[in-house]
Design a protein around this ligand. Structure first.
Ligand code: PGA
Length: 262
């Protein structure tokens, strides 16, 4: 059984005052969960350290992740942040290849795999995002596009056992239009098959998250799909009550867990 993982991606929203208030409310509500699921938040770089300090001083079960990492190890790369720096400020995960970076900043799949490699070298877990645009889906190119995005990731060799994949259809991100559970399950199962061609065991244990307009009304159905192992949550992670409801859906699905929460 793969543990469910719910990650909030705060993107470039808010300021420290709003982030602190959000953290406070999340910690209060989410710390009632026993460790049956894993929960993380990915604030903007400049708030990582303060977030880490908050979480560790409150002995919070919420873990920390970053939204991106450099392809380089260190050196004269103005404005970039290395994996070692993220590790230094208490990160456990880092998102790489988010569609906003692939599409707005033209990041290639090779760069994304290189970022994943850097993360792994610093003992961070890369959450590698893949996803097709609406046009690609309408032209029946979904699997071709995802296969291209996955190819350099599948070449990570033994490191494949240390990654998380997030399937985030671009047409579902921030649009309110989520993939249906059937659409998500179809792609997640396909991704697992692609990984199984490289390593059967890794494929079975690989966490594959779904992202794209996850909300309390669809979380239970999406996370209930056999190959969906949790979610990468954008907009809905910015409201503590909404994120809590989403986490609660995951908690309810966790194996053999009674429901302690009203
Ligand atoms: P959304 O974003 O939940 O706001 O659709 C998901 C993401 O970008 O990771």
């Amino acid at each position: 059984m793969r543990n469910l993982l719910i990650i909030g991606n705060w993107k470039m929203h808010g300021n420290w005052e709003t982030s602190h208030a959000l953290l406070h409310r999340l910690h209060e509500s989410l710390n009632k969960f026993p460790n049956a699921i894993k929960i993380g938040v990915c604030p903007p770089f400049v708030y990582l350290e303060r977030t880490h300090n908050f979480l560790s001083s409150h002995q919070s079960l919420i873990k920390l992740g970053a939204q991106d990492v450099s392809t380089e190890e260190n050196g004269a790369y103005t404005g970039q942040i290395s994996a070692a720096m993220l590790q230094d400020v208490g990160c456990e995960w880092v998102i790489v290849g988010h569609s906003e970076r692939r599409h707005i900043l033209n990041e290639s799949s090779e760069q994304v795999a290189q970022k994943a490699m850097m993360a792994l070298k610093s003992k961070l877990t890369p959450i590698i995002c893949i996803g097709e645009t609406l046009k690609e889906r309408e032209n029946s190119r979904t699997q071709q596009v995802l296969a291209e995005q996955l190819a350099p990731v599948l070449a990570l060799g033994d490191n494949l056992s240390k990654i998380v994949v997030a399937y985030e259809p671009v047409w579902a991100i921030g649009t309110g239009l989520s993939a249906t559970p059937e659409q998500a399950q179809e792609i997640h199962a396909w991704v697992r098959e692609e990984v199984a061609k490289v390593d059967q065991n890794v494929a079975q244990s690989l966490p594959i998250l779904y992202g794209g307009s996850v909300k309390p009304s669809n979380a239970l159905e999406l996370f209930g799909c056999p190959d969906v192992d949790g979610g990468l949550i954008g907009g809905a992670s910015l409201d503590a009550g909404t994120f809590f409801e989403i986490c609660k859906s995951a908690y309810n699905l966790a194996e053999d867990m009674p429901l302690p929460l009203e």
